[in-house]
Design a protein around this ligand. Structure first.
Ligand code: FES
Length: 355
């Protein structure tokens, strides 16, 4: 199999390594890692997870695809090997990225996948290594890694090589604290450039908003901006949120601070923290009632009304909607009022009770 790219053997490996080193060094020089709040468990999950993914999970999946491919579809091996790089690249990248969009979105909408993806959102600060913070099983089930194996099996190794370089550049850039897009926001004459860029690729502001802790800051929305490399999927499927601002708080509301062993190895290891979503005895239950809540609401404050019916702080959101198709409804009032807020979650005047 010819592994050269633009005439250089293993160019993709060198470039991807170069991208990783560039972002790590830049974050060190900028002082982000010196002032980090990460503890030992965070480092194990992020840096350790990176090495396990790169050296164990990805090679094992690609080898499995080859084994299965040769056994089930031997004539398909190298079927696209004669394609030009410029055909292989979009073939690999577009299918990869739309699958990643739906896998990521599903990880926010379905409880089992959410528990595997949850460590990614427990990070209280952004940075290069957050890109690799998920439970190990999340990567094993990730369709994209299997797709890498399939395209290489079909002979599209050059498309994968160049695609991975471009993906790494965008994905690590969107998680990094370097936030390259701020350069554009501060210079109005560059507005058309960033407007075009952010409609195509995922920018740091676009992705940081996805990691923000609470929608109450009017910037964050963990249930939006699921795109991996291309932001266009969010526009096509109606989940894009552009603010060009960065959240001040990252992480999860009511994070029980599970040990890294549970976060990384769930469902093999469960959490020993009471109330944790990944504790063995955790069961998510509806907390809706037929009685509205009588509350006093203040002006100039964003409230998050629970729409999922799982919050233990009804009628307000406590973050329990993760892993469901619901998200909270932000609302404000113009003056101080007493109100009856819906607790059955069927009101047509939500968040207010319509009896
Ligand atoms: S707990 Fe957030 S919407 Fe119900």
């Amino acid at each position: 199999m010819d592994k050269t790219l633009f005439g250089v053997e293993n160019l993709d490996v060198y470039v991807v390594l170069g991208i990783l080193i560039f972002f790590v060094l830049s974050e060190i020089i900028a002082g982000f890692l010196a002032s980090t709040k990460r503890n030992f468990g965070d480092w194990v999950q992020e840096a350790g997870g990176f090495f396990v993914l790169s050296l164990l999970i990805k090679p094992a999946i690609v080898a499995s695809v080859f084994f299965l491919g040769r056994f089930l579809f031997p004539s398909a091996q190298n079927a696209i090997g004669e394609w030009s790089l410029w055909l292989m690249l979009p073939f690999y990248l577009l299918i990869d990225d739309v699958m990643q969009y739906w896998y990521h979105r599903s990880a926010h909408e379905y409880e089992f996948l959410w528990k595997l993806h949850r460590p990614h959102h427990q990070a209280e600060e952004m940075g290069f290594f957050v890109s690799y913070r998920n439970a190990a099983l999340y990567y094993v089930l990730m369709p994209n890694i299997w797709w890498v194996g399939v395209v290489i099996f079909l002979g599209g190794v050059k498309g994968v090589a160049l695609g991975l370089i471009l993906k790494q550049l965008v994905i690590i850039g969107s998680h990094s604290t370097l936030s390259w897009d701020k350069f554009f926001y501060n210079r109005p004459f560059l507005n058309p450039v960033i407007t075009l860029l952010e409609r195509i690729i995922v920018t740091p502001a676009f992705h940081h908003a996805h990691h923000g802790k609470s929608m109450a800051d009017n910037v964050s929305d963990p249930n939006a901006n699921f795109g991996n490399m291309f932001s266009m999927w969010d526009q096509i499927f109606g989940t894009a949120k552009y603010t060009r601002q960065f959240p001040t708080d990252y992480g999860l509301v009511n994070d029980p601070k599970d040990k890294w062993t549970a976060s990384y190895l769930w469902p093999i290891v469960g959490s020993d923290k009471p109330g944790s979503e990944i504790a063995r005895d955790y069961k998510r239950e509806k907390t809706t009632t037929l009685e509205p809540s009588r509350v006093e609401l203040e002006p100039n404050k964003t409230y998050l009304f629970c729409q999922c019916g799982f919050s233990k702080n009804q009628p307000f959101c406590d973050g329990s909607h993760h892993g469901s198709k619901f998200k909270p409804m932000p609302f404000e009032v113009k003056k101080k009022i007493k109100a009856r807020l819906c607790n059955c979650k069927h009101s047509k005047s939500s968040p207010f009770c319509d009896d």
